[in-house]
Design a protein around this ligand. Structure first.
Ligand code: PDD
Length: 274
């Protein structure tokens, strides 16, 4: 079953109007939630970010977050989802094609579940990455449906036999195409500040909390491709990759090419939360 607005219905019964603004303009927002053992991880944080994204683009959600939460829980239970993801999106609705917000339209909300195991291969052995210019817009803090910049970067990574593209603006690293990026130098974590140039990742936030608990110092500061090259460890965070070590960047190995001790400590602490 899937959720459309306030109805749980079969996927076959769902139709996207050709004039849905999400479809035509990417005029909408989304979230990806991780489900562990039938429970959504950090549900409230994701819902709050969804609301914030909606507010930032002036999109009126069809109903409140409490109601949304109970629909999502119903969806997970109905589908018997134990391990996997929930995809949720809201578009500004259906209206004759014209760029400004329509006078009359109702946002269209869709959610569905996707079964899937945790990416243990990435988590244990790490991932390979390329670096790529960040050509996205200047409001990457909004989780908008416009993902072409991310799609092109990820495709390029794939063509190079890699799993992620680490993006940079004039040599300053921002984030991955669908992840946040951390480096470890002399026992300290460094990650891009949560401003308009990155998505304020929930997993990023969890890592900041865990680092504090573990007494690992953190700086939320910008760093360069050169800093990345000199890092002891690099890792990415995201709902779908959790905390995954980066073992290769372009044509060089990070550290000794194996996941390092700091990322291990964070991963262990993360496991206890899920
Ligand atoms: N991506 N940065 C970007 C650009 C992202 O798209 C994501 C999430 C993250 C990590 O955020 P979080 O820890 O809240 O998942 C960072 C989702 C999973 C996606 O598009 O599939």
């Amino acid at each position: 079953m899937i959720l459309i607005d306030d109805q749980l219905t079969k996927r076959e019964n769902a139709h996207i109007d050709i004039e849905d603004r999400g479809y035509q303009f990417g005029d909408g927002i989304y979230e990806v939630f991780r489900v562990y053992n039938g429970k959504v991880f950090r549900m409230q944080d994701h819902l709050d970010r969804f609301q914030r994204s909606a507010d930032e683009i002036g999109l009126q959600l069809p109903y409140g977050l409490d109601r949304l939460q109970s629909f999502l829980e119903q969806l997970i239970e109905t589908n018997g989802l134990s391990e996997g993801n929930v995809y949720l999106q809201a578009s500004r609705g259906v209206a004759p094609r014209s760029h400004p917000f329509p006078e009359e339209s109702r946002s269209v909300l869709v959610a569905y579940t996707i079964e899937g195991e945790r990416p243990l291969e990435y988590i244990r052995n790490g991932i390979r990455t390329i670096t790529e210019a960040d050509i996205r817009w200047l409001r990457c803090d909004i989780k908008s449906l416009n993902l072409l910049g991310a799609v092109l970067a990820k495709q390029k990574a794939k063509e190079h036999g890699c799993q992620e593209a680490i993006l940079h603006r004039d040599g300053t690293v921002t984030e991955g195409s669908s992840t946040n990026v951390f480096l470890v130098k002399d026992g300290q974590l460094i990650t891009h500040p949560a401003n308009n140039l990155i998505l304020h990742g929930i997993t990023r936030l969890v890592v900041l909390e865990l680092a504090e608990e573990l007494g690992i110092p953190v700086k939320e500061e910008t760093f360069t491709l050169e800093d990345l090259r000199k890092a002891d460890e690099v890792f990415i965070t995201g709902t779908t990759v959790e905390i995954s070590p980066v073992v290769q960047i372009d044509d060089y190995h990070v550290g000794d090419g194996k996941p390092g001790p700091v990322v291990h400590r964070l991963q262990e602490a993360f496991e206890k939360q899920i």
